[in-house]
Design a binder for this molecule. Sequence first.
Ligand SMILES: *Cc1c(COP(=O)(O)O)cnc(C)c1O
Length: 346
Amino acid sequence: MNETLIESLVRENVRKLKPYSSARDEFTDVADVYLDANENPFQNGVNRYPDPLQKKLKRRIGRLKDVDPQNILLGNGSDEVLDLIFRAFCNPEIDNCIYTKPSYGMYSVLAATNAVATKEVLLTKEFGIDYDRLMAQVDEQTKLIFLCSPNNPTGNLLKISTIEKILLNAPCLVVIDEAYIDFTDSPSWTTRLSDYPNLIVCQTLSKAWGMAGLRLGMCFASTFIIQTLNKIKPPYNVNGLTQDKALEILQNEEIFQSNLNVIKEERARLLEKLRSVPTLQHVFVSDANFILAKFERSNEIFDYLMNKSIIIRNRGKDALCEGCLRITVGLPNENNRLIDALMNFQ
Ligand SMILES: *Cc1c(COP(=O)(O)O)cnc(C)c1O
């Protein structure tokens, strides 16, 4: 797909709109006296507007991810990033999007919020994509295909060759949600941005980087797509405290790496331990920081754990997930408490 085709996917009103130009957009240099933004001059740490394009933070993230800052958009969590994608490309009541089942619940919520029709494509029994089944759903009004890899709530990576085929043949944008990419050894799709102009990769600082409370979502795409999203984003969508704190935590790659290693080791240990739980029927191998497992009497187990003050997620109502519980990998002692409780369930 070429750039002209991508341009034709943008909503007409978005293509035509002239973005709001903030004081911080119009003057980006350094000065002594700032009397341009109607800010309060008394300093308290947050009296100035933050950088609307988060240049410093993007430089850091760009270095970390090996992506040029002009190919990065940051948002108030991935949810904002995904919402911006809907609003830039999908005409309400006209266009549609495609996502797999089971997958992350926000795609359908954001589609409904934006009055965009949805087409759900069931994964295979092994939680893979059936290419023909998915492509059969694509029509003239399809603007977005969401693929989550590693997938939530199943934990598996989606096959690279299938995604490549979709990127090549789908006449729309393909959004790959990589919220859990740091927990796998598979390369990020950000390494393929220059191959596919219709590729959008979403990541987050909420999971492996441990900053769920900050709300910082990342989007990687062609310069054209990033510029389009920049046009419609709220000018100061990532607040100053978030930018500062993210920069601070991102400085320390050693802590990140050692915490990540613990989580990966605990994931392997938890997986092994789960195999000896008497009520376990199946445990799915995971490339994320959680494990999906199928149990006999799963609803009872869920309540039993809750009574023991251990909260996991019941995914039994998701497609293909009957009897399945989703367990986030915690600290070693937390995982031990879970395993002890499960071993004692009768
Ligand atoms: C957790 C998660 C996110 C992250 O959302 P944030 O809004 O950035 O916290 C995105 N996608 C999936 C599939 C997730 O599981």
